[in-house]
Design a protein around this ligand. Sequence first.
Ligand code: COA
Ligand code: AMP
Length: 631
Amino acid sequence: MGAYDDDYRASVSDPNAFWGRQAAAIDWFRTPSTVLDDSAAPHYRWFPDGRLNTCYNALDRQVIRGLADEPALIFHSAITGARQTYTYAKLLELVAQLGGALRDLGVARGDRVVIYLPMVPEAVIAMLACARIGAIHSVVFGGFAATELAARIDDAQPKVVISASCGLEADRVVAYKPLLEAALAKASHQPSHCVILQREQLRAELVQPRDLDFDLLMRPGSCEPAVCEELAATDPLYILYTSGTTGKPKGIVRDNGGHAVALAYSMSTIYDIGVGDVMFTASDVGWVVGHSYIVYAPLLVGATTVLYEGKPVGTPDAASFWRVASMHRVKALFTAPTAIRAIRKVDPDGALIDNYDLSSLQTLFLAGERLDPDTFGWAGKKLGVPVVDHWWQTETGWPIAANPRGLEPLPLKAGSPSVPVPGFDVAVLGRDGVPVPAGQEGAICLRLPLPPGTLTTVWGDDNRFVAGYLSTFEGYYLTGDGGYLDEDGYLYVMGRTDDVINVAGHRLSTGAMEAVLASHPAVAECAVIGVADELKGQLPRGLVVTKAGFTGEDSTLAAELVAMVRQEVGAVACLRQVDVVAALPKTRSGKILRKTMRDIADGRPTVVPSTIEDPAVVDALTPVLRGLLRG
Ligand code: COA
Ligand code: AMP
């Protein structure tokens, strides 16, 4: 047996012993005497009596162990040209300062802070400052607009919101402050303060009494820097909202102890990153990939993390990732397949790659959506390094299936994120809840208990946690993805089995877009489905039925609906096409047949359920849906 098999077997046969050993990678104020508490199953708790501080582990202890002058964070903006390196000592000083300032604003352990910031170092500083004082941060991706931000503010009920005057996209400056004001106008909950980072590209007017200038809070001497709060391992570190099948986002709750242990384990086992190594995760701090592998994991192991503001292409060219990787001697680059497809589209031969010294680069990690074999092959050939697909979700916080490069590199197979990661007991179940034979597709599930670092609940809604994830198959967590295991135990993830869609590596809810379409006075019924797209993986398309008596132009209505979704959900939704149709296919009980429509649109064999109300509706829709593929 190899090292992978050893770890895997140990992790599932005796999770207590296995994770007890891994916990030694973290500094505890009180070492946990219990590893797994299953007394309230299915609400499992890891390291229940352990006490620690995640920020202490990420910063203070690295300074104590001699890394004070080593780079912790490199900020590289491809848009402004900024390059800033923060040593561990400097980052600690800034985080302690902001932590003190937040504490003086009345933020205490367990209070929530919403962070709505672009990819700037202050986002990392804000997250760590919250962790330091035991406040629970909730970062909202900058590409979401007012309605989505308001929903998160109402659910998390933050004492303070930290935001910026603007974000910088490739072709425009996005004013954040008006979006925040619009969100607060919609929200019932109001924070006591909004701390605004002023960026020189577009300053915001701080006219509200609750508005504060970020830089003023950061003035040295303006407050007593915060020391690390001693927290229970089970105290929440953050809430991160993700799209569910309804329009209401789900607040995934991450604890402190399990998270720190799991991320440290993942760095040595999967990514092979430790002290002195540089990791460049080209994602956004608003997504789980950014939380785990831009912010927490690299710092927890004393490595250097690169924070990149810009796009893979167009800022200014398709060589941005290679430029950053060579300039900062990056060892592991992590991004989404769509970013590689975007680069390939502009530079099909990978000619720009040859202009850079990529000798430090050892691995390209990809996640966020299915990695198509074509992109896998292209990237491997052009970069000459292993391309490692790995599969995970906001809920799990770290990879479920991967190729354990640090533990034991296994053969790579195109189309598969390789094998279950130690800690994750993966099973593919049929409709009857029984594991299906190798090669047969089913629902990918995880046998309980989930390992440390995975969600502990849905914020404020234990019932939704149990109903949404744990109730379909007794004793299992439902991932929402379908796929199969092959004879060698390699997993193949084929796509979502629900109405969540994945657009350019961004997980979006069709329900949220439908809620916007349905709010238009002319719309009687609507559906949003994800259809295949070569570059972005999937794109949303809307179908609406108008109310009786509607006399307007279909094209005008469609344009209004597209604009509304952009305005309320955000540009990142990428809903660019809405069709006005006569009727939507439904079951006799009134359920809209989205899967049937998706299958028709993507040209897959379509099974129309026998419970359909009117089969003629499907026939009438088929040309429209087929046109969507070309649309
Ligand atoms: N703030 C404001 N607007 C944002 C934004 C942000 N943080 N992020 C994206 N947007 C806007 C974009 O400007 C774009 O607006 P447009 O319609 O006016 O062009 C829109 O949202 C769609 O964005 P995106 O899907 O990112 O498309 P794009 O054409 O700008 O870029 C890719 C395409 C493939 C290059 C880009 O999506 C990408 O890099 N994807 C990787 C995603 C990723 O890292 N996912 C995390 C999981 S690892
Ligand atoms: P998110 O919660 O935003 O990280 O999105 C998680 C979802 O993205 C998963 O449930 C999958 O549907 C999809 N996904 C992420 N990584 C992969 C991958 N490597 N292969 C296939 N699908 C993936």
